[in-house]
Ligand binder design. Structure first.
Ligand code: 13P
Length: 256
């Protein structure tokens, strides 16, 4: 795989003004990147202004969630039609915080994946085991089940537009513990094999990104691991200067 994906999930941070400042700086950084597919996932209120700001740049923009129906009586939700209308390239689905706080299930994520593909958006499907599952030694079983259900019904042709983010729940956020590189490599290898089981050789074309307490100290090590095709970063990318260092270093190091 010759593309290395690097993106940031802003979660519920940044006003429109803060997001605009950040994005203007990121555009300058992006001009100098040749080896990286760069994306940002802002909150819904910033999507239109950031899409406009990044017109004619190489930065992809995605939303943090969406409903699977095109329209309907679903107060508070946003539809694939709406995201398509504002030119979204990516939609992040099934982040562990959505699973944990908003009861997202693999079944609902599957419906959203199918809807995203129908509207020409790349689903970025987040999977990850929690600490109890890891302790009980069922990480791989958990991840395999998440992949099977979230990608159910997809053809090999469709699946080449999908990206996976492996984010162990115990590694995410302020209380998270960064994962050992060896563990990340083992799990990414396992996910690659599972994707090949499910989609034959097309399983090789699905980027698998790593996320969960990626920071200035560990990003380089993770980026060099077999079957790590990108990084999905929260806190360490919210400050543009911190993200600049990560991107410049990766751009000069990544050659695959
Ligand atoms: P942190 O990098 O802040 O742990 O968040 C990762 C994440 O949840 C990306 O989706």
């Amino acid at each position: 795989m010759n593309k290395f994906w690097v993106g940031t999930n802003w979660k519920m941070t940044k006003t429109i003004a803060e997001g605009s400042f950040y994005t203007k700086e990121l555009k300058k950084i992006a001009e100098k990147l040749s080896n990286i597919e760069l994306f940002i996932i802002p909150s819904h209120t910033s999507l239109v202004s950031i899409k406009e700001l990044t017109e004619n740049s190489k930065i992809h923009i995605g939303a943090q969630n969406m409903h699977w129906e095109s329209e309907g009586a679903y107060t508070g939700e946003i539809s694939p039609t709406m995201l398509h209308e504002i030119g979204m390239n990516i939609v992040e689905l099934g982040h562990s915080e959505r699973r944990q706080y908003y009861n997202e299930t693999d079944e609902s994520i599957n419906k959203k994946v199918i809807a995203a593909l129908k509207y020409g958006m790349k689903p970025l499907v987040c999977i990850g085991e929690n600490s109890t599952q890891k302790k009980n030694n069922i990480s791989k079983e958990t991840l395999a089940a998440q992949l099977i259900v979230c990608l159910k019904g997809l053809t090999a042709e469709q699946v080449k537009h999908v990206m996976i983010a492996y984010e162990p729940v115990w590694a995410i956020g302020e209380d998270g513990t960064p994962a050992d590189a060896a563990y990340v490599e083992e799990i990414h290898g396992f996910l690659r094999e599972k994707l090949k089981d499910l989609f034959d050789s097309k399983g090789n074309d699905i980027p698998i990104l790593y996320g969960g307490s990626v920071n200035k100290e560990n990003f380089l090590e993770y980026s060099k691991l077999q079957d790590v095709n990108g990084l999905f970063i929260g806190r360490a990318a919210w400050d543009i200067e911190s993200f600049r260092v990560i991107l410049h270093t990766l751009n000069s190091q990544v050659y695959r």
